[in-house]
Design a protein around this ligand. Structure first.
Ligand code: GTP
Ligand code: MG
Length: 288
């Protein structure tokens, strides 16, 4: 390997079904086939069987399997060429959302995940806008649940069983970012928030919705936590439709000749393109 080649590691984060694997599947397709993209595949390295498998499924608009904790791909190496000709090697792991949920629920992290967080050049945190668990306001609860403190009613006890998976999404995500900072000994992190399935927010027509405005409104605690900790997080956000639409619109998606044209990406300024490599390019540019 060229001694001058940059070797970067990305931390890829997100709760179950956040859109991580779909992004990676589309990314690999773009790196090989994409035109006018900010990053290209330079050389095939490592084990590409998994990347080829998910990217073929993605191109055919087939559902991808959920990533189980036992089937995480910790070492997926990509050798990329940037627009200015430099070559960089990145590790883009495909991790299971359940691992992250477990970090939040059990306050436990595997050695491998801790290493990824510690060594990361930058992180991409995925959020699926259709899978957000909202807070319950006390005022919206049935008053009888609040007044019965005696515990005599079985039905009440059944209803209020705490499960960490049901905690509000933004509470879980803030905790995950705090764990990451702690593991990094508070070293600053270039952080990209990707709101996946952006087609659910914006249908590709009309003027783009800005992802930062959306985040501020839908996940204000997460937003404020990141903004209040500027020394920890250098953040940007993108709204990305990696699939191009819902899987039940597959026929419509398959009508589009070039699979890359299904994808759309909206940056913080509201600029729209189909270049799914932008989040990685942003991290690489900020790192220099
Ligand atoms: N409409 C729409 N749905 C999407 C998009 N990207 C992903 N999805 C759907 O979101 C769900 C989760 O996607 P995955 O990529 O498997 O999520 P993940 O983060 O890898 O999930 P885990 O493997 O469980 O951690 C799937 O049902 C996808 O079809 C998109 O761009 N648009
Ligand atoms: Mg996955």
């Amino acid at each position: 390997m060229d001694m001058k080649m940059k070797d970067k590691k990305l931390s890829i984060m997100g709760l179950p079904s956040a859109g991580k694997t779909t992004f990676l599947a589309a990314l690999w397709y773009f790196l090989i086939h994409g035109k006018n993209v900010s990053l290209k595949n330079d050389k095939l390295i490592g084990d590409q069987a998994y990347l080829a498998e998910i990217s073929n499924k993605w191109a055919d608009v087939n559902a991808l399997d959920r990533t189980q904790r036992s089937s995480e791909k910790l070492n997926l190496s990509l050798q990329l060429k940037t627009n200015n000709g430099s070559v960089v090697m990145i590790n883009f792991p495909d991790l299971s959302g359940e691992s992250f949920q477990n970090q939040w629920g059990e306050r436990e992290i595997s050695k491998e995940h801790a290493e990824i967080a510690k060594e990361a050049t930058g992180a991409i945190l995925f959020i699926h806008p259709g899978k957000i668990i909202e807070e319950n306001l006390l005022s919206s609860l049935d008053p009888s649940l609040l007044s019965d403190q005696t515990g005599t009613s079985d039905s009440v006890n059944d209803i209020i069983k705490w499960d960490y998976r049901d905690a509000p999404t933004q509470v879980q995500l803030v905790e995950l970012l705090q764990f990451s900072s702690y593991i990094r000994d508070l070293r600053p992190l270039h952080l990209v928030l990707v709101i996946s399935a952006w087609d659910l927010i914006q249908n590709g027509e009309g003027s783009p919705i800005k992802p930062d405005k959306w985040l501020k409104k839908r996940l204000p605690l997460l937003w404020q936590y990141i903004k209040a900790n500027k020394e920890l997080f250098n953040m940007t956000c993108y709204g990305i439709s990696a699939q191009g639409g819902k899987l039940d619109t597959a026929n419509k998606l398959l009508d589009i000749d070039d699979p890359c044209d299904r994808v759309f990406v909206v940056d913080q300024e509201g600029n729209q393109s189909n270049d799914i490599t932008f989040p990685i390019n942003w991290i690489l540019n900020n790192e220099e």
